[in-house]
Design a protein around this ligand. Structure first.
Ligand SMILES: [Zn+2]
Length: 433
């Protein structure tokens, strides 16, 4: 069974009003291009939809920013979510990604902390301070803290306590950082094993104190710990990057993770469409849960909004078979986009009492069919949506979707109209090339 279902977001990508301008399609660490009212409205739409449709919570990166009202707006959103029965989990980078308060004048902004204490920066191998310079999808410089410095650990604990005392969030998803590790003498001497862009030993060092700080204020808070890894073993001695397997020292690091937390894993490479690694390992026992998070249907993997319900079924089935009991997918865009709507509803359905085996056909018949005009039409919708992989069949698919829209009324017709428009984009790009 699946016990925890999460939508994962960066604030700057969240667009749940169907007709509005100015949000990003993807990326991390962008500016927030709107107001506090926009932030509250967009996320209120999201959490209320989750509450009506069986999704447990939303992870928000950039929850706290001066640009959208800081503590006050976050508090109001948490109240909306509480009324909807949905959890708000703050996305918190412990040594990167801005810390507890993503952007603003707050002392709990990691950038402000490091500017006040330049000696506490993480350092690169060449001895320079570790500041990740703007990339095409991360346009703001990202300052990194050294995880070995006790002052940083204390600052991180104080910040998390402040968060839990100040904002009524239901918990946190914390990350140690996956944008290169500190290479200072302290860190190099502390670590027994190699690093990639991420370090399992840095996770083991920081996740326990982080969770303890959260629970010292709110013992019932949900704590999710990111591993950036899939659970199958990596080759001996290898330290994979994001989405790679667990290195041979992952088990000894996991043993230091706090047991009351949920451990989060990367499902991108263990199922279709990539399927590049096997999945033989059962979930580690003793934790509150194990979440499989996937980059399906997002521009992070090149195809935003696509209908991914068949792949999500595979993620869910393999998760259940291996003892994983949580699922997380991207949730930035409005269910007006039918691909997103179907994916979110599949997230809610797979592994539930109504569909314990995460069966795709069951979902299509019970959930999708009433939305799309009937059983056969639900299966046909999925088949046509997948033809973005078959350029020669796209013209026929667009025509078929357009005809179906004309036969229906109301929202079912809108959904087929969306499909015709979605597929026609690929036709347009194909012909322009
Ligand atoms: Zn260091």
């Amino acid at each position: 069974m699946i016990n925890l279902r999460l939508l994962w977001t960066w604030d700057h990508c969240v667009q749940w009003t169907a007709a509005r301008a100015g949000m990003h399609d993807w990326g991390a660490s962008n500016e927030y291009p709107a107001s506090a009212e926009d932030f509250l409205r967009e996320y209120s739409l999201l959490v209320r939809w989750c509450g009506r449709n069986g999704i447990d919570g939303v992870v928000i990166w950039g929850l706290l920013r001066d640009g959208h009202g800081g503590v006050e707006t976050a508090t109001r959103l948490c109240e909306v979510a509480e009324a909807a029965g949905v959890k708000v989990l703050a996305g918190i980078g412990l040594n990167a990604y801005g810390g507890v308060y993503y952007e603003g004048t707050s002392e709990w902004s990691l950038n402000n902390h490091l500017k006040r204490h330049p000696e506490l920066f993480a350092f690169r191998a060449d001895g320079e301070r570790h500041i990740l310079l703007p990339d095409n999808f991360m346009p703001q410089p990202m300052l990194h803290a050294c995880p070995s410095r006790p002052e940083n650990l204390e600052y991180m604990r104080d910040g998390l306590r402040w968060l839990m005392e100040t904002v009524p969030v239901h918990g946190v998803q914390v990350e140690a950082g996956d944008t290169l590790c500190c290479e200072c003498t302290l860190c190099r001497e502390r670590r027994q094993h190699p690093v990639s862009a991420l370090s399992w030993e840095d996770m083991a060092l920081t996740y326990g104190p982080a969770a303890e700080a959260v629970w010292s204020v709110r013992p019932e808070a949900t704590v999710v710990l990111e591993t950036y890894s899939h659970p199958d073993p990596a080759p001996e001695g290898e330290a994979p990057g994001f989405g790679g397997g667990a290195p041979s020292w992952a088990a000894e690091c996991l043993a230091q993770f706090p047991r009351g937390a949920h451990v989060q894993w990367v499902g991108d490479y263990v199922t279709a469409p990539r399927n590049s690694v096997p999945w033989t390992t059962r979930a580690p026992e003793g934790f509150a849960g194990n979440i499989m998070r996937s980059h399906h249907a997002t521009w992070w993997r090149g195809r935003g909004d696509e209908v991914a319900i068949h792949w999500l079924a595979e993620v869910a089935q393999k998760s259940i078979a291996h003892g994983f009991d949580g699922l997380s997918i991207f949730g930035d865009k409005s269910p007006f986009r039918t691909g997103c709507e179907l994916n979110y509803l599949a997230l809610a359905d797979y592994g539930s009492e109504a569909n314990p085996e995460a069966d795709l056909d069951s979902f299509l018949k019970r959930v999708a069919a009433p939305l799309l005009g009937g059983d056969e039409l639900a299966a046909e919708f999925l088949r046509l949506a997948r033809l973005i992989d078959a350029p020669d069949e796209l013209d026929g698919a667009v025509t078929a979707a357009r005809r179906q829209a004309a036969k229906l009324e109301g929202r079912p017709a809108d959904r087929w109209t969306w499909l015709a428009w979605y597929l026609s984009r690929w036709v347009y790009d194909r012909d322009l090339a």
